[in-house]
Design a protein. Structure first.
Length: 157
């Protein structure tokens, strides 16, 4: 009997803690205006397929325009998602593309090509939850080729 009441107290405390942490929410990554420094705001030459695939597979983490799924409102999942987005944006932020100098843009474009070629991006767990981020080999190659061409064009300036 004592064990049963002990388990009940533990369960009640866990539920109360879970409910309390729902009030601790990270700041949302949702820029509502068209940013003048965003990659496709000023660079219009990218093929439509490349634009769409980058928007679908990369922008949720690598821009200031995250489309949050329902479970991103539930702590502690919201904290993990926020940490992943913050880390991703520190490495590459398409919303601030034109704040990078040309040398940094070339480096980032070559890194984009590399992570697509070795299939390390988008991360597998992200792809499991976001079908639109599942890139075929053909789509990966098109984006990678575009990134290499764009980096060559920048590098020759």
């Amino acid at each position: 009997m004592i064990m049963r009441s002990k388990h009940l107290v533990i369960l009640i405390v866990m539920v109360l803690v879970f409910m309390a942490i729902q009030f601790i929410r990270p700041e949302r990554n949702m820029e509502s205006f068209q940013n003048r420094n965003e990659l496709f705001f000023r660079y219009k030459e990218a093929p439509q397929l490349v634009r769409v695939q980058l928007l679908n597979a990369c922008y949720n983490c690598h821009s200031n325009k995250t489309a949050y799924p329902w479970y991103a409102s539930v702590a502690p999942v919201s904290w993990m998602i926020n940490a992943n987005i913050t880390k991703a944006k520190s490495e590459l932020n398409f919303s601030e593309w034109f704040l990078y100098d040309e040398q940094e843009q070339v480096k980032l474009l070559l890194e984009i090509a590399e992570v697509l070629d070795n299939k390390s991006m988008p991360p597998k767990p992200y792809q499991w939850l976001h079908r639109e981020a599942n890139l075929s080999d053909v789509e990966r190659k098109k984006i990678s080729d575009w990134a290499k061409e764009y980096s060559n064009a920048l590098g020759s300036n």
